[in-house]
Design a protein around this ligand. Structure first.
Ligand code: MCN
Length: 741
């Protein structure tokens, strides 16, 4: 299957002539939007109607009547080979009548702006507010800054791909490069009006996702619908440059942040006003992305008066949705940059200003209405400063300034916290998300002494097989290699809410922990029965039960599993087999935090910025696998640095994406980056059974402001006060020239 996409960002489709394509070699079928309109029992799903009156235009896998962004699907060609399909797609003749285009998110929200969807009468999808207290307009100091965070193109290791195969009896098996096989099954079934039991979704090794595969995409729905229509398998593999327009984008926020403070640096009020681009349509959780940051605009600081307003706006660009951090990098970026401005305004050292405002008592009820269970922000900052050698860096900086060196040194900080581990179902309900946030795990103690785990999480690079094996091995006393972890197939794990929002360990790991509790308790009953003692008389340690006072009388979980399988001698009424399922609905979000510092060298003649050191101290509570955690922090930091220095989806005013290839969209590689210096502090989560907090997004959330603050620090003596990210050589050079003039 090849999708014919609109080359225009906004156009009326006058006619589509498919005759030549239909006649081309190898072609099986060609369909347009109107041809398939009746296959959809519902429009493409948006699971997060954030307000009652949110505007959500109809969105079908192939558009009908109008294209609303460059890349909007107009027709599909199915052929016996990909080459035939590609050739035939070029023969589909579409007559477009271009319509006015709007790309800028703030301009789109103004009256009189060209409308992305004429029928809505506005580009504003919703306005959402969270308010606690009143902003102190007459505080000693008020700092107000506006920031643009451009759209980003997620580039997973592999683009997306789909195979749908019809099975006997009207069933369909769908293989998809998705992070969310369970959500995909539910919503594909709903959109196509088919029984959920007739659809099996398999997420094999999907080649990474970074949030971009947390969606229900047009191509997934098309493949299933067409496999059913044609009675033969349908395959679609995304091209890399196709990915740049047809997979969601991240960010695209314009934010004005105000902080009010006393002259001794106590911040008393925060007000954020955000225009968030939805792109041309609402994808699965598009409108909810800003909300994921709504509670952390004050970050790790105690700020009593708090208000956040989000305006979700349609533009003629690729729809936005979850991209690593989703809403939280957007919040942390504007806060941490404004902290530096406030420090300057007050004449207080920027590290000291942060310290004066840290939340120090936990559990902490924060102004935005949630409770942070644990944290120790001073500890992470202390550790960071120990590692950094700040005095040496500052004297190097001073010497370079005095010498007038071409290469100037900058040091930037970011202290942060995060709200992840999605999520308590009741809270999700209260903020109008359609589903819950629980997770499930099943452990089967097999007769031969090995363990099978079925998890509802869907790893795509996070190493759940390893970490889940470790948890079971630790708790049930076996070799990690004797644990098999099954995931990503709805016929094996019927219930699950998948992987995103750094939820898998805090929530899915907790379900696994609880399931192992259940295994231990049943095994205890079996062992007590077999050893003819009371269950209370048994000690338990790393998989072995022993009789108190007679340690030689012992039996392990594996032996109990055999006994449960043989069922020759079980307590009266006990069911054979040793197997347990647990579902964990977290009582709270997960609240990691930490302190990061970036050290950059900026070439003041060319504007080129090089990161020379990056130091990060994170607190993710109990760590299950230190190597995986370091890997997650590495990747996360790199994606934040990418935002700060390299990546940005550039649209021209006609809505053409002008840098949609990897030759023009700059994804940094190891060559541009130093080896990171990582360390950890540990304040255990108190609302999670073994104290773990999520780590998958921490680095991305913390790093971008640290880097931009460092660039500005390098240039402050030249009079440079602001640089839009990404801080490309051209932007840096222009900022220096403007300051000189
Ligand atoms: N871990 C641990 N100890 C902790 C916290 C986590 O050992 N205290 C381990 C976990 O066991 C797990 C890994 O670290 O193996 C990540 O756990 P977690 O923080 O729960 O995050 P998720 O597994 O839910 O992963 C989602 C997160 C997100 S939201 C994005 S985006 C992202 C990320 O993971 N996308 C990734 N990391 C990625 N890594 C790769 N390789 N590819 C992606 O697409």
């Amino acid at each position: 299957m090849v999708v014919v996409r609109s080359p225009y960002a906004h156009a009326r489709i006058v006619s589509i002539d498919t005759a030549a394509a239909r006649a081309a070699a190898g072609v099986v079928a060609v369909f347009t939007g109107p041809d398939l309109r009746d296959d959809w029992k519902a429009a493409m799903p948006c699971a997060w109607p954030v307000t009652e009156d949110m505007k959500n235009p109809d969105h079908f896998p192939l558009t009908v009547g109008e294209a609303h962004y460059q890349g909007d699907g107009v027709a599909v060609v199915l052929a016996d080979t990909r080459a035939h399909a590609v050739d035939a797609a070029e023969l589909v003749e579409v007559d477009y009548e271009p319509l006015p285009v709007i790309v800028d998110v703030q301009a789109a929200a103004q009256d009189g702006a060209p409308l992305v969807h004429e029928e809505l009468g506005t580009n504003v999808s919703y306005v959402w507010k969270l308010e606690a207290g009143t902003f102190e307009e007459d505080a000693d100091v008020v700092v107000k800054r506006t920031y643009y965070q451009p759209p980003l193109i997620p580039n997973a290791m592999e683009p997306r791909g789909v195979v749908a195969r019809p099975e006997p009896g009207g069933d369909v098996t769908l293989w998809s490069a998705t992070q969310v096989p369970h959500i995909l099954r539910l919503l594909t079934a709903a959109t196509l009006g088919m029984s959920e039991t007739k659809l099996r979704v398999i997420a094999p090794d999907v080649g990474g996702g970074f949030g971009s595969k947390l969606d229900v995409y047009a191509e997934e729905l098309l493949a299933v619908a067409l496999a059913r229509r044609l009675g033969r398998p349908v395959k679609w593999i995304e091209e890399r440059s196709e990915n740049a327009v047809s997979t969601i984008h991240g960010r695209d926020f314009v934010t004005t942040l105000e902080l009010a403070a006393t002259k001794d640096g106590k911040i008393t009020s925060l007000r954020a006003n955000v225009h968030a681009s939805m792109g041309a349509y609402l994808q699965l959780v598009t409108p909810g992305i800003p909300l994921l940051g709504a509670w952390i605009y004050a970050g790790p600081y105690a700020i009593p008066n708090y208000s956040v307003t989000f305006t979700g706006v349609f533009t003629n660009t690729t729809p936005t949705d979850a991209y690593r951090g989703a809403g939280r990098p957007e919040a942390t970026y504007v806060l941490e940059r404004t902290m530096d401005y406030l420090a300057k305004e007050l004449g207080i050292d920027r590290v000291e200003l942060r310290r004066r405002n840290f939340i120090t008592e936990f559990p902490a009820a924060i102004a935005s209405g949630l409770t942070i269970d644990s944290g120790d922000y001073h500890a992470s900052l202390d550790r960071l400063l120990e590692q950094l050698g700040l005095d040496g860096l500052l004297s190097d900086q001073q010497a370079r300034r005095e010498r007038g060196d071409v290469k100037q040194l900058g040091i930037g900080f970011s202290t942060y916290n995060e709200m992840c581990g999605l999520a308590p179902s009741r809270i999700l309900g209260a903020i109008r998300y359609a589903a819950g946030g629980w997770e499930t795990a099943t452990i089967r103690a097999l007769p031969t002494g090995t363990f099978q785990v079925v998890t509802g999480t869907s790893p795509h690079g996070q190493g759940h097989e390893t970490a889940w094996s470790q948890i079971v091995a630790d708790r049930l006393g076996c070799d990690p290699a004797d644990v098999e972890v099954l995931h990503g197939d709805t016929s094996i794990s019927p219930y699950g809410l998948d992987t995103y929002g750094s939820r898998s360990l805090p929530v899915g790991g907790a379900a696994l922990w609880t399931a192992s509790d259940k295994i231990i308790e049943k095994a205890r009953e079996i062992v007590a029965h077999q050893l003819e003692v009371s269950a209370d008389d048994l000690d338990y340690d790393e998989g072995t039960f022993s009789v108190k006072g007679s340690p030689d009388k012992a039996m392990n979980v594996q032996a109990a599993a055999w006994a449960a399988f043989a069922a020759h001698n079980l307590p009266d009424g006990m069911e054979p087999t040793l197997e347990a399922t647990a579902t964990f609905d977290p009582p709270n979000f997960s609240w990691p935090g930490g302190a990061h510092a970036a050290i950059v060298e900026v070439d003041t003649e060319t504007g080129d910025t090089r990161l020379v050191r990056y130091v990060a101290v994170d607190d993710v509570g109990t760590v299950v696998n230190p190597l995986i955690v370091d890997g997650q922090v590495h990747g996360g930091i790199t994606q934040g640095i990418a935002t700060a220095l390299y990546e940005e989806a550039l649209y021209d005013e006609d809505g053409n994406l002008t840098n949609g290839t990897l030759a023009t969209y700059l994804v940094p590689s190891a060559a541009e980056l130093p080896s990171y210096e990582l360390d950890r502090t540990e304040s255990k989560a108190t609302d999670q059974p073994f104290g773990a907090k999520g780590v998958g997004e921490t680095g991305t959330i913390a790093s971008a402001p640290a880097v931009i603050n460092a660039v500005l620090d390098a240039l402050s003596h030249l009079g440079v006060t602001d640089i839009q990210m990404p801080a490309t050589p051209e932007r840096v050079w222009r900022a220096i020239e403007e300051a000189r003039q």
